[in-house]
Design a protein around this ligand. Structure first.
Ligand code: LCS
Length: 393
């Protein structure tokens, strides 16, 4: 069947694939760095593009291509570009769209390194950037300059759970010929499709929900147009943050159960968020599934579900929060997110520690903010674990 006729779970299982002479049911791992040519003319034709045969794994590989095609279908884009890590995807987009004398706008609370790499490394090469609260559309419009080339959103944002209105911002951007890129890591294509909402490029850390099993690092970019695809693929293959075939195979395997895993972890997250919101020792909770989330209506409109990420603060701030993190027994005290196991971490001293304290505070990343990635365990066990840890706070 054509993929247009298939529902999401069917695509997770059947999209992509390779035509393999031995008819293997699962895409094999083509663990090879290079591919043989039939003869010299064939090699030349592969290089000139007359023949679409594989050449060399940095340029393309059947196992990686299977994953790239699948993500392009799920995100409803033209093509996918897999990278060695989520940061490989972020920096490929920056390299492809920006240069000396250009300017970008980003949400103030993105994954720490996505901002830090721009404000340190890319700044050295003459790229300007402004980071502020993109949930405020007027602020976005006001910060656009004649040399603005990119608006970079992360929604929900890591770790503040602030949302950006992808459709409204894309409209403003496109009037000025500016590209919009959305980091969709917190949602996965199951919960949000930025390209359908108007964005030009979507990217993910595949390390998270897409792979889902906390056993690989990886990234993916999907573009809406062929032009952006060609540009970013050329950056990727020349810079070299390519994925490895084995890594791609694991990600494609993990992806098959994406919807099942998210349904389960999201149902757990809703229960955990309600538990935290009603707990006397908890100062505040941010979860897009709670009516108390300031952008609950936008979440309902833009996302197909609130996801499995929660941020909260214990009364008593960091000292009290540390007691919770040091006393959990089921949840793992670890960074990363989107896996089957519940993880807890402290952004100000961990994932976002390289931001300046001023930028962190302005972005709403308080010293006491704790981030929870809710897994697929029994909700009762996750709640009991947090309850006993909160008792010690
Ligand atoms: N984008 C988002 C939203 C992320 O959360 C991360 C990693 C990245 C991009 C980068 O992806 P990576 O290169 O690690 O595959 N986020 C992490 C986090 O919150 N804890 O540890 C890693």
């Amino acid at each position: 069947m054509e993929h247009q006729d298939l529902g999401f779970n069917s695509l997770l299982v059947h999209a992509g694939g390779v035509e393999d002479a031995l008819m293997s049911a699962v895409t094999p791992i083509y663990q090879t760095s290079t591919f043989r040519f039939h003869n010299a003319d064939h090699g030349a034709a592969c290089f000139s593009g007359e023949d679409d045969g594989y050449i060399y794994t940095r340029l393309g590989n059947p196992t990686i291509a299977d994953l790239e095609r699948t993500l392009a279908i799920l995100e409803k884009g033209f093509g996918g570009i897999a990278t060695a890590s989520g940061m490989g995807a972020v920096t490929t987009v920056y390299m492809g769209l920006l240069g000396a004398g250009t300017h970008m706008i980003g949400h103030e609370a993105v994954y720490g390194p996505s901002r830090v790499v721009m404000e340190s490394l890319f700044k050295r090469f003459g790229v300007e950037s402004d980071w502020f609260d993109t949930s405020n559309i007027e602020l976005v419009a006001r910060h656009i300059k004649p040399n603005t080339k990119l608006i970079y959103l992360e929604t929900p944002a890591n770790p503040t759970m602030v949302l950006a209105d992808i459709r409204a911002i894309s409209e403003i951007a496109h009037e000025k010929g500016i590209k919009v890129c959305v980091d969709n890591t917190f949602c996965s294509p199951y919960l949000q499709n930025p390209l359908e909402l108007g964005a030009d490029i979507v990217l993910h850390s595949m390390t998270k929900f897409i792979n889902g099993h906390a056993d690989i690092v990886g990234g993916i970019i999907v573009t809406k147009t062929e032009e952006d695809y060609k540009n970013l693929r050329s950056v990727m293959i020349n810079m070299g943050p390519n994925m490895d075939p084995h890594q791609a195979w694991l990600a494609r395997r993990g992806l098959k159960t994406l919807a099942l895993r998210i349904e389960r972890s999201q149902a757990n997250a809703m229960k955990v968020a309600e538990f935290l919101e009603n707990h006397p020792k908890v100062a505040w909770v941010k979860y897009p599934g709670l009516k108390s989330h300031p952008q609950f209506d936008l979440a309902q409109k833009q996302m197909q579900g609130p996801g499995a990420m929660i941020s909260f603060e214990v009364k008593g701030g960091l000292e009290a929060g540390k007691k919770v993190m040091d006393n959990v027994k089921l949840a793992l005290l670890a960074v990363s997110l989107g896996g089957i196991e519940t993880l807890i971490q402290h952004p100000a001293s961990m994932t976002h520690s390289k931001m300046t304290p001023e930028s962190r505070l302005r972005a709403g990343i308080t010293e006491g903010l704790i981030r929870l990635s809710v897994g697929i365990e029994e909700a009762e066990d996750i709640i009991a674990d947090l309850e006993q840890a909160l008792e010690k706070a």
